[in-house]
Design a protein around this ligand. Structure first.
Ligand code: U2F
Length: 454
């Protein structure tokens, strides 16, 4: 229903690559439901907008998509390296965003009174200063990687910039079990890549923001969260998003929408408790074929039942004589991950350690086998292993058949796996409490609503 008139206008600037825009979109849907008097203009590329707005089960009258030019030259042919498209997009920013923002102001008849953006977009801090409006950057990773970017200068002072080493990070609160090698690339080492520069500028700019929001909950990593609270004007932990529906469900009597066309949840119902391996490397990474082949062999040899979110043709990596039908598991191009991790039959998650995956695994109480690739993933793995004790890295860092079998057995069969499950129960409970009425996350969310409605 298009009821009350809108009196405020908030522009949301979304990073259109990887899974970044999804969590921001679901946060905006929550905000829009809580603040019907605010018009939200959601600014990103036409491709990202189309994916987000067609997938969403609900549309709110006060959230509208506005397309931003992607900056690609005409006749651009994707090279397979996604960073090229990211580079063109960033070159076109912020001018491309300014254009759509003006369109949104004209369409709504309302001046923009607040900017919400992906935290990557440090330049939105400058836009907000110029427009004299609040800026709320949203970080899509976890608190530890965020602190590493905010404290990059300190880290460089203490460790130098040459990179690669085992020096301890104990000068950062909560990092005594972490080393230089665990840091996301670009903090030390290769400082000059476009992404490293972007993240450095972001770290410098975030303390000036009105508030920094994150898909996380305070209790997951309290020491690190407390340092971040001292660095930022406001640090608002408003997650885990997977525990909070985007907005009130259309009818309380309807079950939540499930995407189980593949029948994998029904199949999970037929499996033993904590016996199934779920495998996914997220939305960006494709592991090299020899590692995928080694993992497939490990599954065949060990016989553990599995669900594998696999993009591409599985037959290409299976050993000779095997096909899809001969396997003790399900292969899907996209899995209902949150539901799979929430199912009691799922016993281990083989992951690249993207932040959303880790948080969803905590919420589901599922221990992890980690094979990180880039960015924050290595630090996330170390957090899983060393700070929380709820998972292991594959031995040697690369997937081989013996390393995979060893890790699967450790988590699914041995007492180490049981201990991880016990530790997960504690974190899982903390996550539940955080989202309860008057828990830390709804309180942070209310403060976010206050900022965007002022
Ligand atoms: C980038 O990570 P990714 O997008 O690759 O991975 P995640 O943060 O783990 O997010 C993947 C999301 O996609 C969902 C899953 C997560 O919410 O539930 N999903 C699914 O529903 N079905 C599937 O079959 C597979 C995935 C980046 F690479 C990381 O380093 C960052 O930590 C991350 C956050 O900034 O973004």
């Amino acid at each position: 229903a298009n009821s009350k008139p809108q009196t405020h206008h908030v522009s949301v600037l979304a990073f259109p690559f990887g899974s970044h825009a999804g969590p921001l979109h679901s946060l905006v849907l929550r905000l829009a439901a809580a603040a019907p008097q605010v018009a939200f203009s959601f600014l990103t590329t036409s491709k990202a907008n189309a994916a987000l707005f067609s997938k969403s089960p609900l549309s709110l009258h006060n959230v509208k998509a506005y397309n931003v030019p992607d900056g690609l030259p005409e006749n651009f042919v994707p090279s397979g390296n996604p960073e090229v498209a990211v580079g063109f997009f960033l070159k076109a920013a912020p001018a491309n965003f300014m254009g759509s923002l003006k369109d949104a102001e004209a369409a709504t008849g309302l001046r923009v009174g607040c900017l919400v953006s992906d935290a990557f977009f440090w330049f939105v801090g400058d836009m907000a200063e110029e427009m004299k409006v609040p800026w709320v950057p949203v970080w899509t990773g976890g608190p530890r990687s965020l602190l590493a970017h905010v404290d990059t200068d300190l880290i460089r002072q203490r460790l130098g910039t040459s990179g690669g080493g085992k020096q301890t990070l104990d000068f950062l609160p909560g990092f005594s079990r972490f080393q230089m090698d665990d840091l996301p690339e670009g903090i030390v080492g290769k400082l000059e890549s476009p992404l490293a520069t972007l993240l450095y500028k972001m770290g410098q700019k975030l303390p000036k923001a009105t508030a920094v929001a994150i898909n996380s909950f305070e209790e997951v990593d309290p020491e690190v969260v407390n340092v971040l609270k001292s660095r930022f004007q406001k640090f608002l932990n408003v997650g885990p998003f997977s525990l909070i529906p985007s907005s009130p469900s259309p009818s309380p009597s309807l079950p939540p929408l499930l995407n189980d066309e593949s029948g994998c949840l029904e199949w999970l119902d037929t499996q033993k408790p904590a016996s199934v391996a779920y495998i996914s490397f997220g939305s960006v990474v494709t592991p090299p074929p020899h590692e995928l082949a080694a993992f497939a062999e490990a599954l065949i040899e060990s016989g553990f039942p599995f669900i594998w979110s696999f993009r591409g043709n599985i037959e290409e990596i299976l050993p000779k004589g095997y096909d899809k039908m001969s396997l003790n598991g399900k292969i899907l191009s996209w899995a209902p991950q949150v539901q799979v991790l929430g199912h009691s039959s799922t016993g281990v998650f083989v992951t690249h350690c993207g932040w959303n995956s880790i948080l969803e695994s905590i919420v589901g109480g599922v221990p992890m086998i980690c094979r990180p690739f880039f960015g924050d993933q290595n630090l996330n793995m170390r957090t899983v292993e060393a700070a929380w004790g709820i998972g292991v890295g594959v031995e040697g860092g690369l997937i081989t058949k013996p390393a995979a079998i060893k890790a699967l057995e450790l988590v699914l069969k041995q007492k180490e796996g049981e201990e991880m499950r016990e530790k997960l129960k504690i974190l899982q409970n903390l996550a539940q409490q955080a989202v309860e009425w008057n828990g830390s996350s709804p309180r942070a969310f209310n403060s976010l609503v206050e900022i965007v409605t002022k």
